[in-house]
Design a protein around this ligand. Structure first.
Ligand SMILES: [Zn+2]
Length: 84
């Protein structure tokens, strides 16, 4: 059986199989980009799909400070969609 690589959730810091995570990429010019296909290059930003983690990433003070300005509306809408 092939092992699925794990990544650390940027919010709760748990190691989660990559396939269960949301991946975004931090692009120097374009900010944070949604990367569902794992195809973009750049620094990966991973979040597990837990509601709390997504909510914290969108609304938490710490993440707002670091990523708020970079998050484009496409990403934000997608995150809200996953969060439900
Ligand atoms: Zn998490």
């Amino acid at each position: 059986m092939r092992r699925v690589p794990v990544r650390m959730c940027i919010v709760c810091r748990k190691l989660v199989p990559r396939t269960d995570m949301i991946r975004m990429v931090k692009n120097e010019e374009r900010g944070i980009l949604w990367d569902e296909e794992y195809s973009l290059s750049g620094k990966g930003v991973y979040i597990c799909r837990k509601r709390e983690c997504i909510a914290e990433f969108i609304e938490g003070r710490k993440f707002r400070k670091n990523f708020g300005k970079l998050l484009n509306s496409v990403c934000l809408d997608k995150l809200k969609e996953v969060k439900g």
